[in-house]
Design a protein around this ligand. Structure first.
Ligand code: M6R
Length: 607
């Protein structure tokens, strides 16, 4: 995915565009650029590399009061100066920024080349810019519509034209755009983070809509020019939430925010006294949900790991067959969906294309479709039949942390909520809820003492291969721990259900190889203790995550990180915190860019 910003108003555009891009850099950071429109001219500054390159090159004193900016995550064409956005069409008449993929770009390129159009870059975006210029006959809006009718694929675009410099035309299909409404100004962006410094009043563009944006007017229509009426909505996030607040990295800030984030997530939803769960987003469909014969949870990456915990929770508390599927696989494998199937998408951003497409597929096949999403106003949040927001605040770090534990908390509440409508007794529900209410303070306890984790990581930071083992609810936590360390420190790690190790991966264990074993108290503790012995017999060094008070384990392993005791279904909420910290510390010690890991972007809006 990429970051998009556009400004039309009365103030100089450059500082607003660059500051907006700074806030959007987490969406993509391999190149960036801005285009400033003035009568008869579009000035473009773009370059490969981080935004700082543009900050050095762009003239902040330029007077133009409209322009567009982009931060890129490369899909078509390597991250080079030429491939960076904005791209121009018609010899500099038009400039365009784009998030998404023009799937038929080859045939469009051939068509345009037959009409003497010459291309500078390898990108699909330049094809779209040239196509708009090709159709331009003095009316940018018309040219954009005509060009988009020829395009198959996905796009969030912003286009400016030297002939109509006080205008941005934006359009979206499969890629989010939001418009901030100020006094005599509008700010277009791919997400609210870039708008918050200016206004909290926004209009969310819907799928297939085109926006014609001028300083003092905003008009939305369908691609076929049918007017669309829109309400102005208020964004609830604050500026503080998207700033570092003294932390070195967003990942560390967000790890430490978890106690408060989970408190916010649980607030008003759990009633410890009454032993009840209130989920406003599910009230209207609770009956239908309780009739579900099967639940399919679909998601990607970290959200998929949360979904796997959800599978265990639903089967244990609701006693409904549940399976968790990678969204990208589910979508294309002709899944069996019948009346009794409920499909639940889990997504922090609410914009992940694979997850969104899986839900669209499920809906088309007649399933009731639910969402667990963090970003209010996101595509998935708007399109599902019902759902529950995480309310953990904006997550800026590319490596998901507080959204993961937020997803676990919501899944736990959903399982208890549905369980009560099926098999779960009031007493069991009350015990579950009271354990859930303790989680934020238990997280605080873990975060109050992180020195041990740092010391352990120092010892193994040069090892390039790690294993993560867990059983039961902690098996998905092990997968998540391995993903975390991979993505931020580039250490190769594998997460496994501990018992699976002996069926092959045990061959990897060599003298001193770090093996993180989640060995908290529970019905499988004895089993994981055996797995620990198997690792140690082969020379592996075990870092155990164990329950406070377990003195025995100290004698068995190289290192122990203690966590407070909770019931097994909630353990991943606690055990994942030391795993996040291990990944963070490893990344810092290895000199990696924690918040902008190589090749990654915050959410993946391409297939
Ligand atoms: O926004 P989503 O939750 O749908 O994103 C899904 C994955 O792309 C995401 O969790 C990814 O795996 C993160 N980089 C993990 O830290």
């Amino acid at each position: 995915m990429c970051g998009i910003i556009g400004y039309v108003g009365k103030r100089p555009a450059v500082p607003i565009l660059v500051e907006g891009l700074r806030r959007l850099e987490y969406r993509g950071y391999d190149s960036a650029g801005v285009a400033l429109a003035s009568p008869g001219d579009i000035a473009i500054t773009k370059a490969a590399g981080r935004l700082s390159v543009i900050e050095q090159r762009v003239d902040f004193t330029q007077p133009q009061t409209q322009g567009i900016g982009h931060t890129r995550w490369a899909t078509h064409g390597a991250p080079t100066d030429i491939n960076a956005h904005p791209h121009v069409g018609g010899d500099g008449l038009i400039a365009l920024i784009h998030n998404g993929i023009v799937e038929n770009n080859r045939s469009l390129r051939t068509y345009l080349m037959q009409h003497e159009v010459q291309f500078e870059s390898e990108t699909d975006t330049e094809v779209l810019a040239q196509l708009i210029a090709h159709f331009y006959e003095g009316d940018l809006e018309k040219a954009v519509r005509k060009a988009l009718h020829e395009v198959s694929g996905t796009y969030g675009i912003a286009v400016v034209c030297a002939d109509e410099p006080d205008l941005i035309v934006a359009a979206r299909k499969g890629s989010p755009l939001i418009i901030g409404v100020g006094t005599d100004e509008h700010i277009l962006a791919s997400d609210a983070a870039a708008i918050l410094a200016h206004t909290t009043q926004v209009v969310y563009m819907g799928e297939g809509e085109v926006a014609v944006i001028r300083p003092d007017s905003l008009r939305l229509t369908t691609l076929d020019a049918i007017p669309v009426a829109k309400d102005i909505e208020k964004v609830e996030w604050t500026l503080d939430q998207i700033e570092l607040a003294g932390y070195d990295h967003f990942m560390l800030k967000e790890i430490h925010e978890q106690p408060e984030a989970i408190e916010n997530c649980l607030r008003g939803r759990i009633d410890v006294k009454e032993g009840k769960i209130h989920l406003g987003g599910l009230v209207d469909c609770a009956r239908e949900l309780a009739r579900a014969k099967r639940i399919v949870i679909t998601a990607c990456g970290t959200a998929w790991h949360a979904g796997l915990v959800g599978e265990y929770l639903f089967e244990e508390l609701v006693r409904v067959p549940t399976e968790t599927e990678y969204a990208s696989e589910f979508r294309y494998r002709n899944p069996i969906i019948d009346d009794g199937t409920v499909v639940l998408g889990v997504s922090q951003s609410g914009e992940t294309t694979d997850t969104h497409s899986a839900l669209v597929e499920a809906k088309q096949r007649g399933a009731m479709v639910l969402g667990i999403v963090n970003v209010v106003g996101s595509t998935i949040a708007r399109e599902v039949d019902a759902g529950v927001f995480l309310h953990v605040g904006p997550e800026i770090g590319v490596a998901s942390t507080k959204a993961f534990t937020g997803q676990l908390a919501v899944l736990a509440m959903m399982a208890c909520f549905l369980g009560r409508r099926k098999h779960l007794s009031p007493t069991a529900a009350a015990q579950f809820i009271s354990a859930l209410a303790k989680i934020p303070d238990q997280m605080r306890q873990v975060l109050d003492n992180t020195t041990a984790t740092r010391e352990v990581v120092k010892e193994y930071v040069d090892c390039d291969n790690w294993l993560y083992l867990g059983r039961g609810y902690n098996y998905p936590a092990a997968l998540e721990g391995a993903l975390k360390i991979k993505e931020v420190s580039y250490i190769h790690a594998e997460g496994l259900p501990a018992a699976e190790m002996k069926h092959g991966p045990i061959a990897l264990i060599t003298q001193g190889m770090p093996v993180v074993c989640i060995a908290t108290d529970g019905i499988q503790y004895d089993k994981i203790r055996n797995n620990i012995s198997e690792v140690r017999t082969r020379g592996g060094s075990v870092i155990a995550i164990a329950t406070e008070g377990n003195t025995e384990i100290k004698e068995m392993v190289e290192h122990v990180i203690y966590v407070p005791d909770t019931i097994e279904p909630l353990q991943p909420l606690i055990t994942s915190i030391p795993l996040q910290l291990i990944a963070y510390e490893a990344a810092v010690l290895r000199g990696c860019n924690v918040d902008k890991p190589r090749n990654l972007a915050k959410s993946v809006t391409v297939e």
